[in-house]
Design a protein around this ligand. Structure first.
Ligand SMILES: Nc1ncnc2c1ncn2[C@@H]1O[C@H](COP(=O)(O)OP(=O)(O)O)[C@@H](O)[C@H]1O
Ligand SMILES: [Mg+2]
Length: 309
């Protein structure tokens, strides 16, 4: 890995009764697009707020952008762009005015503001909306404007907390295209998301669960960690199918997605044949039986299910 821009050892945050972040050991290299994935309440926001220097650590050590998190959090704040889960734009200000406002907060030199805002408007594809009030933007456009405001001081490290939550799928994709461009330009990005499919767009992913980093690797490697292979059957009798197959030998887990029944099995080809036969014998109609590629979501759900056992 290239030089680390973030390094934490035993990073912990306790709230009164909750250990929101539990001994996080995390090393993130310069230039990574790192996804912090986990369900609600897992500790994503707390982790990002710690890294942004907005919360005091309960235990552990961390350096961010070369500064010590305990002693130099003010210096860290100048190096990073932090987009909160509930990022507040100024509803009554226009798109352009919001950008100008954040430029002033971050001490962007006066003579650079016009050029910077122009560039970000284009980048976020908001140029034609620059005079519209923030309150009158769609949810997706508000997120893009929030990101643009976070970028106004050209930070080398971005901490984005669920920037796509509640946004429609098309805007979500567009937002990720923007993130990918930033990544290609060398910005280090840490982005949290509850959408497990988004993890596939990251160079590396950490799954956080109950405050703990459960796994941290490339999406490809995380999928390989699954203890078996996926087979898929399409059926509109998935309830009966599920009941029948989940007790069969070699079937490790079952997950359903609409009419798709996904089974984690020890041996794909072998079990595919046996299960197809059992379904047929029991008069359960199905089609599209195949050994299917593992989805990120399945890898994570499987991991979480195993943790909960
Ligand atoms: N300010 C706070 N006071 C007390 N508990 C908190 C506070 N912030 C977060 N928590 C708790 O810490 C845990 C992690 O929360 P959070 O970091 O917001 O998770 P996520 O962002 O993954 O949804 C949750 O149990 C949450 O209730
Ligand atoms: Mg959160």
């Amino acid at each position: 890995m290239t030089d680390a821009i973030i390094q934490t050892t035993g990073l912990t945050k306790n709230f009164k009764k909750t250990r929101a972040v539990d001994a996080l050991d995390l090393t993130i290299g310069s230039g990574e697009l790192f996804g912090l994935v986990g369900p609600d309440g897992a500790g994503k926001t707390t982790s990002l707020r710690l890294l942004a220097g907005l919360l005091t650590l309960s235990e552990g050590e961390a350096t961010v952008a070369g500064y010590d998190l305990r002693r130099q959090s003010e210096s860290i704040k100048k190096e990073i762009g932090y987009m909160a889960q509930q990022f507040s734009l100024y509803a009554e200000l226009s798109v352009l005015e919001n950008l100008q406002f954040f430029a002033e907060i971050y001490d962007v030199p006066r003579e650079m503001i016009a050029e910077r805002t122009e560039k970000l408007l284009q980048f976020a594809r908001l140029t034609e909306f620059k005079d519209r009030r923030a309150a009158h933007l769609s949810g997706g456009m508000q997120k893009k404007l929030a990101l643009a405001c976070t970028l106004i001081h050209e930070p080398k490290l971005l901490l984005l907390d669920e920037p796509t939550t509640g946004v429609d799928p098309i805007s979500r994709r567009e937002f990720w295209d923007i993130l990918t461009n930033l990544h290609l330009n060398g910005t280090t990005i840490i982005v949290s998301t509850p959408y497990m499919d988004e993890a596939d767009r990251c160079s590396r992913v950490g799954l956080i669960y109950a405050g703990k980093l459960v796994i941290c690797d490339t999406p490809r490697q995380i999928k390989k960690e699954l203890p078996g292979e996926m087979v898929e059957f399409l059926t509109n009798e998935w309830k009966a199918a599920k009941t029948l197959v989940e007790k069969m030998p070699g079937v490790l887990e079952t997950q359903t997605y609409g009419e798709a029944l996904h089974l984690l099995v020890d041996n794909g080809e072998q079990r595919l044949a046996q299960i197809s036969e059992a379904l047929t014998t029991n008069g359960i109609n199905f089609r599209g039986a195949r050994v299917a590629p593992v989805r990120m979501e399945e890898a994570f759900i499987s991991l979480i299910q195993r943790l909960e056992e």
